[in-house]
Write a protein that binds this ligand. Structure first.
Ligand code: PLP
Length: 372
């Protein structure tokens, strides 16, 4: 049972709620009397059709997604969307330019990919380190961009942009990568043209990326040279089943959507995300400089919290190694920071409970007491 499980604070693929795994286990050999696992059934079967339809219905309900938006379950991860978006929309307007707000590793990747296909305006100059978002007054926006792109949560740098920046004119289509904070807070989908998120952080396992997209925008695409597998229109017309979809990953996502509803929807999830992240940030704040997070307070991520352990004013890699080692001995894994920033990273996705986050901060406090 529970006792064999370790607590996984990794950035993804991430830990799933225990009760969800138990439920999957119950259905593993015989899905609702089908005599097979869902992953062994045809994507054209009525059994799978119900899974994907329920998933779509639940996510539409959770986010109040109107019919004017398509909900797609695609493959290739969020990374495939880095290409699909400029291929469809870069030349939507006469400016033939898209504005990219680069705030970290992932938006930088997206901007560089878009540059393969046309003109990209970097709203803020490329920085060497990412520790916040430059003041809007310094941004260089295009006059009439085809779209404005940003990443709502930079998974590696721990930078979160809570809401659409106010400076963007209302008529500019907004495209947002929400991979690492999707379904951790409510948001108004009607303010966006495209939202996409990989499942393996907050709503399931790798293999599926959710794309929520304005249907009228898709109709405006004039590029005839888009690879079939990336074409939104084809996937919309075929209910995300132009080719064989990632059936098992969609099944897990449908379970996560149902789980989110059971928790009380995004309002409850949002409160939990606040509680979990506050626990960690408070522990950092109250450590008198033993733990240091370098991100500007306003932009601190609730889902990915990178920090360093500092002695005599400098990051102490030996102590960080000891922290990770002792955490493992306490059954807490995947706390090593990304190599781009070093140190420790705590990821607090939907599969982590408040109780589990509390366990981690208790460990952090004890570790500090023993090592300072
Ligand atoms: N965008 C963000 C914010 C991410 O954190 C990640 C993966 O960690 C990606 C995009 C890429 O997702 P995938 O590996 O599913 O393509």
């Amino acid at each position: 049972g529970h006792s064999v499980r370790k607590l996984n604070f990794g950035a993804g693929p991430a830990q799933l709620p225990y009760e969800l795994l138990e439920n999957v286990k119950d259905e593993f050999l015989n899905y609702h009397g089908a005599g097979a696992n869902i992953m062994e059934l045809s994507h054209r079967s009525s059994t799978f059709a119900k899974v994907i339809q329920d998933a779509e219905q639940d996510i539409r309900e959770i986010l109040s997604i109107p019919e004017s938006y398509a909900v797609l379950f695609l493959q290739g991860g969020a990374t495939a969307q880095f290409s699909a978006i400029p291929l469809h929309f870069l030349n939507l307007k006469p400016s033939q330019t898209a504005d990219y707000l680069v705030t970290g590793y992932w938006s930088e990747k997206a901007a560089k990919e878009a540059e393969k296909f046309g003109k990209v305006n970097w709203v803020v100059p490329k920085g060497s380190k990412y520790q916040g978002v430059p003041a809007e007054a310094s941004w260089k926006l295009s006059a009439d961009p085809s779209y404005f792109y940003y990443c709502a949560n930079e998974t590696i740098h721990g930078i979160e942009v809570d809401d659409i920046p106010a400076i963007i004119p209302k008529d500019v289509p907004i495209v947002c990568d929400m991979s690492s904070n999707f379904l951790t807070r409510p948001f108004d989908i009607t303010k966006f043209s495209v939202v996409f998120a990989s499942a393996q952080k907050n709503f399931g396992i790798s293999g599926v990326v959710l794309v929520i997209i304005r249907k009228d925008l898709v109709e405006k695409n004039t590029n005839k040279s888009i690879p079939l597998i990336l074409e939104y229109k084809i996937q919309i017309d075929n209910g995300s089943m132009y080719n064989t979809p990632p059936t098992f990953a969609i099944y897990i996502a449908s379970k996560m959507f149902a789980w989110i509803k059971q928790q009380g929807g995004l309002k409850a999830i949002n409160e939990g995300a606040d509680k979990k992240s506050s626990l960690v940030y408070q522990t950092i704040e109250q450590s008198n400089g033993f733990y240091v997070n370098f991100v500007e307070k306003k932009y601190r991520s609730r889902t990915n919290i990178p920090f360093r352990i500092v002695t005599n004013g400098v990051p102490d890699e030996k102590l960080e190694t000891l922290f990770i080692k002792e955490a493992i001995q306490s059954n807490m894994i995947e706390l090593k920071g990304h190599r781009a920033v070093g140190g420790i990273r705590v990821s607090l996705y939907n599969g982590i409970s408040v109780k589990e986050a509390t366990q981690l901060v208790n460990f952090m406090r004890t570790f500090q007491t023993n090592n300072s």
